[in-house]
Design a protein around this ligand. Structure first.
Ligand code: HEM
Length: 280
């Protein structure tokens, strides 16, 4: 670039460009509306779903790293990554509302073209659930052989929840390893609740663990909020119509909003007493 120009000057020796590095051409060639002629809003619909899938890819990347840190007992490093997951989930929760700028009748003009495709078939979403600890095997039957194989691998790997409760069990012999990864349907586990009560009633005694635990609560909350915002948007757009994936639609989605990744971290609030050790 000429001297004195306002234009940026080239930095470095290589000839890598922004377009090449990010494969922008490839990325921008992946939007193919099904409607004929293409309905204006179908571009929004495609791009919003594609961007979710990209973020899901990053979420899996971050969750795997957080899980690995938990296995190694690195609480604050794990929290560094779970905090990032919380921020991304927050963005994803807000992002769903862009779809509300689409009039219900506009969506109906191309919705039939999408069937039987549905977010229900998002393999990365199921991988996310499994990676976090919601290991519901009944979803496997909806995927082809290759996807089922990938999902089964996820099912067999320890999840973030497994790693967290495993870490608690290592610290506290009272927690039997078998009950270290409780499912959401199980009754409160006394040993885990006891450990958590100690932690919550005196956070400064184990501050890294406390910070990590609260980050997991935020993560759980954000995941649940995404479900709630999604179902609200779905109801606003298609009411109580059946889903393109074949479910009852809003009725099915409402039932998923009660799923919790770390039920004990919510339960413990009920049992806390206000007389903290360091306030005495
Ligand atoms: C017009 C907007 C949308 C509508 C009307 C809609 C509708 C639905 C419906 C009815 C279901 C239930 C399954 C079925 O029978 O199809 C579903 C599931 C799902 N959708 Fe959406 N959706 C919309 C946008 C999105 C977006 C932007 C995403 C982002 C990836 C998404 C992801 C999902 C996921 C992951 C599920 C499975 C949830 C579960 O089984 O827990 N949806 N959607």
């Amino acid at each position: 670039m000429p001297n004195g120009s306002e234009q940026p000057t080239a930095y470095g020796e290589g000839d890598l460009t922004y377009e090449d590095y990010l494969r922008v051409k490839d990325l921008l060639s992946l939007q193919h509306p099904q409607s004929e002629p293409p309905h204006h809003d179908e571009m929004l619909f495609i791009i919003i779903h594609q961007s979710y899938e990209l973020w899901f890819k990053l979420l899996l990347h971050e969750i795997d790293t957080a899980t690995q840190h938990l296995h190694e007992g690195n609480k604050l490093q794990a929290r560094h990554f779970t905090n990032r997951v919380v921020e991304i989930m927050d963005l994803l929760t807000r992002q769903i509302h862009i779809l509300e700028t689409m009039d219900p009748v506009d969506f109906l003009q191309f919705r039939d073209r999408l069937a039987p495709a549905s977010g229900f078939q998002s393999i990365q979403f199921r991988q996310l659930e499994y990676a976090l600890g919601l290991k519901d095997e009944s979803y496997l039957e909806f995927f082809d052989d290759e996807s089922t194989k990938r999902l089964k691998q996820r099912l067999e790997q320890p999840s973030l929840r497994d790693a967290y409760y495993g870490m608690l069990a290592q610290r506290d012999n009272e927690i039997p390893p078998k009950t270290a990864a409780p499912s959401q349907d199980e009754d409160p586990d006394e040993a885990i609740l006891h450990t958590l009560q100690e932690l919550y009633e005196d956070p400064s005694s184990q501050h890294p663990l406390y910070l990590l635990t609260e980050s997991l609560v935020s993560l759980d909350q954000q995941f649940g909020l995404w479900r709630e915002h999604h179902v609200r948007v779905v109801e606003r757009i298609i009411g109580h119509k059946r889903g393109t994936g074949g479910s009852s639609g809003v009725e099915y989605l409402k039932k998923t909003t009660t799923k919790r990744l770390f039920p004990h971290l919510w339960n413990i609030r009920t049992y806390l007493e206000g007389d903290r050790v360091n306030d005495a």
